[in-house]
Write a new protein. Structure first.
Length: 165
């Protein structure tokens, strides 16, 4: 219900802007042009942000973070005889979460390769729409992976602090 109201409001605002752009007074046309310019700026900014994150992802940003966590876990495990049993259990849990994130990363990278734009002579709108949806889903998965990775790093820092006490 709420979603439908948002859609209706969006189309209403878009309709008013388009109407004012073509049929409005000079002031209304000017305001519509400003709004369209601002919307274009936001879309361009979001596009640049996604491109930057994709470049970081492709450059192995997540791989490096996961590798560093693995090194830290190995060092903690090497000192396990001096650490409380609860810390060892938490370390096992964090290592399992790290492995899950690595598997998710591999899945995302495989899907990125699969979603690479094929060279088509004539673009089919349905195929392009499906491809755009897949790319949007991949962007969401990458954002979720980043949040999970940040949480894992924070939990690991907490573990290290607890182990150091």
């Amino acid at each position: 219900m709420f979603r439908a109201l948002i859609k209706i409001a969006f189309f209403l605002v878009a309709g008013i802007l388009i109407y004012n752009y073509f049929f409005g007074t000079a002031d209304e046309k000017e305001n519509s042009k400003k709004v369209f310019g601002q919307v274009k700026g936001v879309v361009v900014s979001v596009g640049q942000l996604l491109k930057t994150e994709k470049d970081k992802f492709d450059a192995g940003k997540y791989d490096a973070a996961l590798d560093k966590l693995g090194e830290v876990y190995h060092a903690v495990r090497a000192q396990a005889r001096y650490v409380d049993e609860k810390v060892i259990k938490r370390l096992d849990e964090l290592e399992n979460r790290k492995a899950d994130l690595e598997n998710e990363l591999k899945d995302i990278e495989a899907a990125d390769l699969q979603n690479a734009s094929p060279a088509l002579k004539k673009k089919d709108p349905k195929v392009e729409k499906e491809r755009a949806e897949k790319l949007a889903n991949q962007a969401k998965r990458k954002a979720e992976l980043l949040r999970e990775l940040e949480t894992l790093v924070k939990d690991s820092e907490t573990l290290l602090q607890d182990a150091g006490q």
